[in-house]
Structure formats: structure tokens, C-alpha cells
Ligand binder design. Structure first.
Ligand SMILES: Cc1cn([C@H]2C[C@H](O)[C@@H](COP(=O)(O)OP(=O)(O)O[C@H]3O[C@@H](C)[C@H](O)[C@@H](O)[C@H]3O)O2)c(=O)[nH]c1=O
Length: 348
């Protein structure tokens, strides 16, 4: 496809998912020969998430109300997660840009298929006459898809665990399970560590505490807890490939946990109106049936506070290799990734 100029706008709400998704998208676009500019109101997280900027990709501060570079916006403009475009950009859209997308949050709920691709014609204001398209990432062929680099499987094949752990300074103990832990502060982390003791019958386990995750306080002697610094996004992805069980949070890490091909536990972003409940259930409906899968659903509900933990009884987290995550991954690998779909949408 011919090279186009893409402008992606993102305002950081909290945490790192918004920047994480936009950076990933930009990176993927430039790897496919596109030009991308990422406009951020808070770029601090990029210092660890993205220490290297690939050529073809520029990061800029959020444009102020009356300044935008000469040349105007690119052919494709993406406002991420409903962030309102700056006035100066809106004014220049007609005539400059042929495509305008609002990239939405990821969900497996049914509204995603209904809403993906819906046009919103702008009837007044500086961008009058333009049409904004709602782009919903998702888990079915009727949605905008998931971010997945074209060479992801090749990268995973080439990945060398031992060298990776050496670089991270994590000592390896043969056959000792490794667990990555990335979750919100309200997660019942001590409970999880207690369950590990049951699952492994007291055999040694290493828990790698990621980012700003609160470390467990009640640590039995067979559990080693190590804190990792914020890693680059590429290293974080590789961490998920290298662990035996991944605990992830938010949406970007969820997708990466799926691609990692390892069992995982999702700590969903909690919403005040309780909307996360339906979102979690919708995601778990993607899984295949069976008793083991059902046990994992119960575990996920407990971990996310949807059912009381004391009704769960001991939870067997092992064997680590439960089949449901593999089935899901295989199914999703057969679908077109988000970047391919977006590029096809703007072709011509
Ligand atoms: C732990 C870690 C994460 N990361 C990256 C992976 C992801 O791109 C990003 C984390 O984003 P998420 O997984 O989505 O979790 P998050 O909790 O940080 O982001 C959240 O932000 C809220 C505003 C959204 O509404 C939520 O839905 C969610 O996206 O950080 C690293 O690059 N290095 C690290 O060491």
C-alpha cells in the first residue's frame, strides 16, 4: 500500500493503556511503511515504554488551540478513545484528511459488532462536512480486530528465554515456575499467593512484580518475590512469553497475554458504574466449554471481586497449561489484525 501520513491524538486519562495502545499502533504502522505522528498531552510513560523511536514515527506534545504544523494533518487522523481533536486540527481537516477515525476501547461485548464502522457525519463547527468513523477493536471478524504485528509469531519463535532472563537480571532456577504480576492496587494479591502454595504443593515459585503493582505482603517461604522496573513494551511482551502464568491488567496487556500463549489471569479496569462486570463475562464467553475452563471462569470472577473469595475454596492454578487460552489464541490468529484492517479501510 502507498505510504500515507497518519496523525494519532491521545489524551492520557490514567494508567498507561491509552498511550500503550497508541504507541503500539504507531509502531505497527511505521513498520508497514507508513508515516505516523503521535500527539500526546502526557508523554512521560514513553521514557520507559518506548526508549527507542523507530524512523518514520514522531512524537509531539498536544497541539495548542491555534497552532498546528504547516502542511496540516495527514491523510488519516485518529482520535483515540473519544479524545476531542484540538480546534486547530479540526479546522484543517476538510481538504487535508480523507479519513477520520475514533479508536474505541476494546471489549468483547455484543455492542462492539453493532457499533464498529458506524459513521458520524459532522453537521456543524470547523470540521463540518467531514465524517468520523467509529473503530471498535474486538475479537470477531465483524469488529476492528486486535493489534498484532505481522512478524509476531516469528519474533516469538526467535525469542530465547535464557538470554532474556540474563538481560533482565532474573536468576533462573530450572523447573521453577515464573509468574508475572501486573494488576491494580485493589487486587487480592495475598490471596493469589496463598493459592499458589496450594497449587504447587509448596514447590518453589517466583513472582515478578511489574510496574507499579503493589507487592504481596504475606509471602510464604517457597515463594520468591522480585520487583521488575517498568520495562519497554517490547521487553514486557517478551516477559509474557517467558513466564508460566501471567497476571495482566487493562486492555493492552490482555491482548499481549493472549498472544503470549500462556495461561493468564486478567485484572479488569474497574468502572464506577459496574460496567466491568459485563465486560469480563463477555470476554470469558469467548472461551471454549469444559470443566477446567469453568473453573478458570470462577477464578477470574473471584480475582476481580465479582464473587466473594471465601466461596471459592482452594483454587488449582496448576497444571499451568490449561487448553482454553490456546484455543482462543488460535481462533484470534485466524482473524485480520487491527492495523491491516485500518490500512485496508484507507486504501484507494
Ligand atoms: C508492566 C508494563 C507495562 N507496559 C505497557 C503494556 C501496556 O501497553 C501498558 C499498560 O496498559 P494496559 O495493559 O492497558 O493497563 P493500564 O491499567 O495501565 O491501562 C488502563 O488505562 C485506563 C485508562 C483504561 O481505561 C484501561 O482500560 C486500561 O487500558 O503498559 C510496559 O510497556 N512495560 C511494563 O513494564
Amino acid at each position: 500500500m502507498a505510504s500515507k501520513r497518519w496523525d494519532i491524538f491521545c489524551r492520557v486519562i490514567d494508567n498507561h493503556g491509552d498511550v500503550g495502545v497508541c504507541w503500539r499502533l504507531c509502531r505497527d504502522l511505521v513498520r508497514r511503511g507508513q508515516w505516523a505522528r503521535l500527539w500526546l498531552d502526557d508523554a512521560r510513560a514513553l521514557s520507559w515504554m518506548a526508549p527507542h523511536c523507530p524512523s518514520g514515527l514522531e512524537v509531539h506534545p498536544w497541539p495548542d488551540s491555534d497552532w498546528f504544523p504547516s502542511g496540516g494533518p495527514g491523510e488519516v487522523v485518529i482520535e483515540a478513545f473519544g479524545c476531542e481533536l484540538p480546534e486547530c486540527v479540526k479546522r484543517q481537516l476538510p481538504g487535508a484528511s480523507t479519513h477520520w477515525f475514533n479508536l474505541e476501547y476494546l471489549s468483547a461485548e455484543p455492542y462492539v459488532e453493532r457499533s464498529h464502522g458506524l459513521p458520524s457525519p459532522v453537521g456543524f463547527g470547523p470540521a463540518q462536512g467531514m465524517t468520523k468513523i467509529f473503530w471498535y477493536p474486538g475479537f470477531t471478524t465483524k469488529t476492528g480486530g486486535l493489534l498484532r504485528e505481522l512478524d509476531l509469531l516469528e519474533q516469538q519463535r526467535r525469542h530465547q528465554n535464557a538470554a532474556f532472563w540474563r538481560r533482565l537480571g532474573v536468576p533462573l532456577t530450572p523447573s521453577q515456575p515464573l509468574i508475572s504480576l501486573f494488576c491494580y492496587p485493589h487486587a487480592p494479591v495475598d490471596w493469589l499467593i496463598g493459592q499458589l502454595q496450594i497449587s504447587t504443593a509448596g514447590a518453589p515459585v517466583t513472582v515478578l512484580v511489574c510496574g507499579n503493582t503493589v507487592a504481596p505482603t504475606q509471602v510464604p517461604s517457597h515463594v520468591t518475590v522480585r520487583r521488575l522496573p517498568w520495562l519497554s513494551q517490547e521487553d514486557y511482551d517478551a516477559l509474557l512469553w517467558s513466564c508460566d502464568l501471567n497476571v495482566v491488567r487493562g486492555e493492552d496487556s490482555l491482548v499481549r497475554a493472549i498472544w503470549a500463549n500462556k495461561p493468564f489471569l486478567w485484572h479488569i479496569y474497574r468502572q464506577d458504574d459496574g460496567a466491568h462486570d459485563a465486560k469480563l463475562e463477555a470476554f470469558m464467553r469467548l472461551w471454549p466449554g469444559g470443566a477446567v475452563t469453568e473453573a478458570w471462569r470462577t477464578l477470574w470472577r473471584g480475582w476481580n471481586g465479582l464473587i466473594p473469595l471465601d466461596t471459592l475454596g482452594p483454587v488449582a492454578l496448576s497444571p499451568w497449561a490449561t487448553p482454553w487460552h490456546r484455543v482462543l489464541r488460535e481462533q484470534l490468529l485466524g482473524q485480520k489484525d487491527l492495523c491491516t484492517q485500518l490500512m485496508e479501510a484507507v486504501q484507494g
